[in-house]
Design a protein around this ligand. Structure first.
Ligand code: HQG
Length: 181
């Protein structure tokens, strides 16, 4: 398996469906690397520890992290299954961005941003990152989020180990559409 394929496979297992290969994540989303490699091999997807190390180290978005002892691995964000990433609320920058597709705008401008199938709404620190996230869904739209105003109103923000900003939801009052250059 090449590193991109392995990254996608790990995202599926560690964020959405560990049961598909018969592994169980603990409450914080960790799984023992040895167990994971055994289960992957049993599925006809043999991966060496060195290949795992490579993916965790070089992944473009640092999607995965090892624990300090190097015995367990988890996804740093993006889960649809309920796990506790042990994130502490932190003060957000004044403004954050959300990339999405234009076809979602009518609904978003009515009900705000909601977490959909994931645990949180994902926000980006800059418009370039938001654009990459948004084009995955279709014709790009970028929303500016008044995170300072949200924080003042009591909304909590978290930053994942790989720098993605997370919050529970974004009410319409804190959203404005940014023109696409
Ligand atoms: C939209 C990637 C209608 C929302 C990225 C988005 C990110 C609504 C879609 C991470 C809505 C959900 C997450 C509403 C939100 N009505 N549509 N009220 N509220 N939406 O994939 O943020 O590469 O679950 O705008 O980099 O696109 O996988 O979320 O378009 O960090 O590591 O519903 O996934 O990371 O889509 O992306 P997603 P996302 P990875």
């Amino acid at each position: 398996m090449n590193t991109v394929k392995l990254s996608k496979y790990l995202s599926l297992i560690l964020r959405h469906d560990p049961g598909s290969i018969g592994v169980v994540l603990d409450d914080e989303g960790w799984v023992a690397i040895d167990t994971l490699l055994e289960r992957m091999a049993a599925q006809g997807r043999p991966v060496t520890r060195a290949q795992m190390d490579e993916v965790v180290r070089t992944n473009d978005k640092q999607r995965f992290a090892y624990n300090e002892a190097g015995t367990h691995v988890r996804a740093s964000q993006g889960h649809s299954i309920k796990i506790d990433l042990e994130l502490q609320p932190v003060e957000p920058p004044a403004v954050l961005y959300h990339g999405t597709a234009t076809r979602f705008l009518p609904s978003i401008m009515q009900e705000g941003l909601t977490s959909q199938s994931r645990q949180h709404v994902h926000l980006s620190p800059d418009t370039q990152t938001a654009a990459k996230v948004g084009v995955r869904h279709g014709k790009l739209a970028i929303l500016e989020v008044d995170s300072e105003g949200m924080a003042a109103a009591g909304h909590r923000f978290y930053r994942s180990a790989n720098g993605v900003w997370l919050t529970d939801s974004v009410p319409v009052a804190f959203l404005s559409e940014r023109p696409i250059e």
